[in-house]
Structures are given as C-alpha cells and as structure tokens.
Ligand binder design. Structure first.
Ligand code: ADP
Ligand code: MG
Length: 344
C-alpha cells in the first residue's frame, strides 16, 4: 500500500449543541492556516486532530494511518506524535522553564531531554530563562517557552491554536517572524489556527476558512486570500465580492480560464485599494453613488465601508489625508477601474 501524503480529515464531531463538519486535506511539510471568526469551530477541529475529542462520524488519517475514527479506533493523544499548543499554553507552574520544555521527551523516556530542551530554548531566544518558573515570565516569554515545549516533543504534526492572539502589539510581530523562520527550518506539517488574516498571509502555504463548523473554502494561500470565491471569505479577508450588475459595473479580464458563457458570470470581485472615493461624480465609467457607513484604520491609511441600497457593502481604502469629508452618512461617489474588476 502506498502511504497517502499528509493528513486527511473527514469528520463530524459534536460538542454540546455545536457540530463540526470538516473535510480537509492537509499537505505534508507545509503550513495550513485555519481561519474563521470566534466560535466557528477552530479549536474544536484541533481537539479532534489531537485525539482529545473523538469524532461521531468519519475519520482522521495521517500518512495513510487512521488516528481517530467513529468506530472507536483512537490512537491515544500521547502516542500520535501530534503536538497541540493550545490557546492557553498551561505551562506547569511548579517546573522550571527547562523542565517544562523537556517534559514531553521525559514522558517518552528519552535520555537526552535536557540538551534537546536547551537547543529549543536557544532557538526561540529564551535560553537565559531556563531556570525560571512560569510565573516569572512575561506573556511573550511564556509563548516562546510553550512553543519550545511543543517543538521539543518532536511532533510529526504541529497544531497551533492562536499562538499570537494573547500577545501585545509589541510582542506579536516578533514572535510571528520567529514562528515563520522556525516552521520553515523544521518543515513540520503545521496547522495554525487564527482569526487574523495577517497570520495566514505571513505564515501559511494553504488556507482553510471555517464558518459555523464547516469548511467553506480551502486552497493555496494566494488563491483563497487573493481571490476568495465565497461572500463569507471575501468579507473575512476584506475583498469586495458583489453580484454581477452591481452599480452597472463593467469588468476587465475574467479571473482564470473562461468557465462558460458570459451569461454565467454571477459575481464581480475587486480589491478595496482599487476603489477611488470622491465627493463629486466625474463622469468616469464604473462610478456609483454610495453612503459612508463607517471608517476604520488599516495599515497605511483608512478603510471606508460604503453602503448602496439593496446591495452588499463595498470597502474602499483611502489615504488618511483625504478622509476629512468622509463622515458616516456622507453621500459620495465611488469609482473602480474596469481593469481592476474580475468576473467569477
Ligand atoms: P473557535 O475556536 O473557532 O472560537 P470553538 O471550537 O472553541 O470555536 O467553539 C465552537 C463552538 O463550540 C462554540 O459555539 C462554542 O460555544 C462551543 N463550545 C466550545 N467548547 C464547548 C464545550 N466544552 N461544551 C459545549 N460547547 C462548547
Ligand atoms: Mg478557539
């Protein structure tokens, strides 16, 4: 039998009134980001993969071997070489940092646990803290120690549950960068759960989007983030996806090879950065009237949410210098160049 690569997940799992219905193919030796809003089932998915929550239907396979299945077969969490770094890393308070990191190896009776632990502490920039107890660590330091502990246990699959969510704005970018380097170096098959699109953009090769316990979209990072095919994913990653006919818009080239006659074009997609907002119409094609709903900060400027009657909202990114007239409720004209509009 040829072993299939990576992890194949096809499960239904139930927790209270919540049902997770997940089909996923997770390529080996890469990072899959699982994105979704709070409560969409991301942590539940990781618990199923880690063996902490048995599925009610279906199975989880890794390299062709069944890890969990509904008929009761379940490789125990400690034997499956799937390392879970939970949302709350729960370092053992009575152990030193070094003992915490060596714990997984000691549990498997590996002799060289201490040097392996030291190597990971070094790599994650916290070797100087080896003798401390967890209560003597900052949030960022504790996150590094928890990551070192997960890596030192030498998992074949690494599950990371929002590893950056608890960090402050100063600590998160640094650890994100370190995580990117370490994941590239180790080549570990990694599933990274996040509600932040930035994490996927910087860390992932593939992306899956969860909504209400279901995978609504999955694929290569550039395809899912740059060219989402569902309204939900488009809204989540901040790309405009509107019905064909919206604002009388004309589109440029179709996205990808033609999939049928023009009559089958159902939606138009364009980026917020391509939308120009002005106070007066200037007679250009692809211009429509809209109302400013609200403004929010984005890197390098301001994102304006524009309302059009009976249509989905449209996002436009504008310079901070040009927002003085863009108060909520203001009537404006929005324009998007034909070549910036894709049909799907
Ligand atoms: P996410 O990680 O995407 O925020 P979770 O997987 O934690 O979402 O939760 C998914 C759903 O399951 C939520 O609606 C949550 O209220 C519910 N849930 C989480 N934990 C439990 C539990 N122990 N018992 C019952 N329901 C739970
Ligand atoms: Mg969660």
């Amino acid at each position: 039998m040829t072993a299939e690569p990576g992890m194949v997940v096809d499960v239904t799992a139930v927790r209270g009134s919540f049902t997770l219905e997940a089909q996923l193919e997770i390529p080996e030796a890469g990072v899959l980001a699982v994105l979704g809003p709070n409560g969409s089932g991301k942590s539940t998915l990781l618990e199923v993969l880690a063996g902490l929550l048995p599925p009610q239907r279906g199975e989880v396979r890794w390299r062709g071997r069944t890890l969990s299945s509904a008929d009761g077969r379940l490789v125990p969490p400690a034997s499956r070489r799937v390392g879970l770094l939970a949302q709350d890393p729960l370092l053992f308070p009575h152990l030193t940092v070094r003992e915490n990191v060596a714990f997984g190896l000691r549990a498997r009776r590996e002799r060289d646990a201490a040097p392996v632990a030291d190597r990971w502490l070094e790599r994650l920039g916290v070797a100087a803290l080896a003798a401390r107890r967890p209560r003597q660590l900052s949030g960022g330091q504790a996150a590094r120690v928890a990551l070192a502990r997960a890596l030192a246990a030498e998992p074949e699959v690494l599950l990371l549950d929002e590893p950056l969510a608890a960090l402050d704005a100063a600590a998160a970018p640094e650890l994100r960068q370190l995580l990117a380097e370490v994941l590239r170096e180790t080549g570990l098959t990694t599933i990274l759960v996040s509600h932040a699109v930035l994490d996927a953009a910087l860390l992932a090769d593939h992306v899956a989007v969860l909504r209400e316990g279901r995978v609504v979209e999955q694929g290569r990072r550039a395809d899912v983030l740059g060219a989402p095919r569902t309204e939900f994913t488009a809204a989540f990653v901040g790309v405009n996806l509107v019905p064909a006919g919206f604002g009388g818009l004309r589109a440029g080239a179709p996205a990808g090879p033609p999939q049928g006659s023009p009559a089958q074009v159902t939606r138009l997609r364009f980026r917020p950065g391509a939308v120009v907002v002005s106070e007066h119409p200037d007679g250009r094609e692809n211009t429509w009237e809209a109302t400013v709903r609200w403004l929010e900060p984005v890197t390098g400027g301001v994102r304006v949410r524009l309302a059009t009657p009976d249509q989905p909202d449209v996002l436009a990114d504008v310079d901070a210098a040009g927002v003085d007239q863009l108060r909520p409720g203001a009537r404006v004209w929005a324009h998007v160049p034909v070549e910036a509009v894709q049909t799907i």
